[in-house]
Design a protein around this ligand. Structure first.
Ligand code: TXA
Ligand code: MG
Length: 331
């Protein structure tokens, strides 16, 4: 298959391109598109076969439900049985933006999207290109991150190409993803608001509106956000998170070692072995997946990643993704 490649400037959208991509979607094809978190791999959320083809393309387990992306609240209403008051509060404050809300589904949210469950996850992205695409499609776009299952999520169209060139009909390029980590997922379908996946919108920010919100789902028993139980964000290189002395840990690694650390530590490392995460956890989060893919392109055997310093809204989410990419290897 030849992949159509559209370059769309988010500040000056050429609607001819997003309209053509929407046509591909509506005819059952997959379209990768930029969002402010990571790139998504989209399908018409009401088309069973199209949605199923997302799972095949990614190699994603079928029991892991997808997020429906909408361009306005009216579109959201179509896919949920009703919008709870708690959701309204969050939507007013954080939509469009990196927050996904799980609510009771309507009949328009099909089993292929919800993995057969009675809830559906909805997100209204802020990225202008994502917005233009969904609006042109006129219905929800089901989209996971546009990476092969298990790989770091894509923050540029180049990453999407690495995984899907020749395998899907269309990729829209729209610049580097601003946040670099996937959206916060909050479940508002139960008694108590539960953050199932941390993200840029932190639990503390949510608690200002919903004081009884808690982290949940990742504990014992069956995870509520099924995606969280799978191997994730892993490059080919072995990632080790280091709380102490990076150089000392490197002595235990054989092969090519790259060091991922804050910019102010640059002088500690040899040029060529240093991957800068910038000045703080916000820049660390924005560059994490990008650097993990860069490490693979440099054929690293090991990535020693400095344990995040903490103290920023995104720090929980950063630790969550980094620790997973390390498969829990933290020393
Ligand atoms: O930022 C993002 O959220 C990106 C962009 C493309 O929007 N998308 C994304 O999708 O990260 P994905 O499929 O990689 O992650 C979706 C997460 C998974 O952990 C999944 O289990 C959870 O959301 N999820 C989806 N529907 C759910 C539901 N009905 N109940 C609970 N968890 C759900
Ligand atoms: Mg993903």
């Amino acid at each position: 298959m030849i992949t159509k490649y559209f370059d769309v400037n988010p500040l000056e959208i050429e609607y001819g391109k997003t309209d053509e991509a929407a046509k591909i979607l509506l005819s059952g094809g997959l379209v990768a598109f930029p969002t402010e978190t990571v790139y998504g791999l989209g399908a018409d959320c009401e088309n069973k076969d199209a949605v199923k083809s997302i799972f095949t393309a990614k190699g994603r387990p079928m029991d892991n439900p997808l997020i429906v992306h909408v361009s306005d609240i009216a579109m959201c209403e179509k896919y949920v049985s009703h919008i709870p008051e708690t959701a309204e509060l969050l939507m007013n404050k954080f939509w469009g933006g990196p927050l996904t809300i799980v609510m009771k589904r309507s009949k328009f949210a099909i089993d292929e999207v919800t993995a057969g469950g009675d809830t559906v996850a909805i997100r209204l992205p802020s990225h202008p290109v994502a917005h233009a695409l969904i609006k042109a499609a006129g219905k929800g776009i089901a989209a996971p991150s546009a990476n092969l299952s298990g790989k770091p999520s894509p923050t540029t169209a180049e990453h999407v190409k690495e995984d899907f060139d020749g395998k899907i009909p269309c990729i829209i390029a729209g610049g580097k993803a601003e946040h670099g980590l996937e959206s916060t997922v909050i479940d508002l379908s139960g008694e108590r608001p539960m953050v199932l996946r941390p993200g840029v919108i932190s639990l503390d920010m949510i608690k200002e509106l919903l004081p009884d919100a808690v982290y949940g789902g990742g504990g014992e028993g069956i995870p509520k956000s099924p995606g969280m139980k799978y191997k994730h964000y892993a490059p080919d290189a072995k990632v080790i998170v280091v709380k102490g002395d990076m150089k000392k840990e490197a002595e235990n690694c054989s092969g090519k070692v790259l060091f991922m650390d804050y910019e102010d530590m640059r002088s500690e490392y040899e040029e060529g072995s240093f991957l800068s995460v910038g000045q703080d956890d916000t820049s660390y989060a924005a560059s994490l997946f990008w650097l993990l893919r860069l490490a693979d392109s440099k054929k690293a055997d090991f990535v020693l990643a400095k344990d995040p310093r903490g103290g920023m809204p995104v720090s929980d989410a950063l630790c969550n993704r980094l620790y997973k990419s390390a498969g829990g290897n933290i020393i």
